[in-house]
Write a protein that binds this ligand. Sequence first.
Ligand SMILES: Cc1cc2nc3c(=O)[nH]c(=O)nc-3n(C[C@H](O)[C@H](O)[C@H](O)COP(=O)(O)O)c2cc1C
Length: 190
Amino acid sequence: MKEFKPKAWMLPQPVLVIGTYNTDGTPNAMNAAWGGQWDEHEIMISMGAHATTANLDRCGEFTVAFATQETLVEADYVGLVSARNHPDKMERTGWKSTRAPHVNAPLFDCFPMTMECRIKEKLYPSETGYYIVAEILAIHCHEDFLAADGLPDVERMHLITYEPVHHGYLALGPRVGSAFSAGKALTAKQ
Ligand SMILES: Cc1cc2nc3c(=O)[nH]c(=O)nc-3n(C[C@H](O)[C@H](O)[C@H](O)COP(=O)(O)O)c2cc1C
């Protein structure tokens, strides 16, 4: 085993696209890898000081979409440039959006799945940002990505994950087992 110093190497990491409205009502989006979830109702995101952060300070509501192989280039682009100095940022993505039904934030139509969220708490606020704890108000899944049982068919979404060691995006692969079940093979073992 080789030992490394502490790094942001938790694996696997999501590729979140956070949607907010700018002061003039136009949509903005940014890429975020440092987020997660620990129960059904709340998510957490580590926010730096961005145009998105200023939007969140004003409104507190946002959408979180999950990036796909099809949206990879644009999802990376919205993580590279800021709406602060690129007024045409969203035009370049070609993404279309409508206002989300439950929050004052854009719902981009190119993603299979998107959450509507409202900030509950900002932890450790400083000049460099804060950690968001946000309530999930609703989850939208595009009809094309519903399984026969009516639930989201994640396997067909072509989701990508951020690989923080060499700064890449990896494709999420096929289902390889059943959770809360595969391990039962060992409970029966003598
Ligand atoms: C792969 C990737 C992951 C990122 N993860 C985060 C993150 O977790 N938190 C954060 O504050 N910024 C993150 N960023 C940086 C923002 O997306 C970036 O600063 C963006 O330009 C902000 O846009 P805005 O100023 O228009 O809001 C990430 C960028 C990339 C490319």
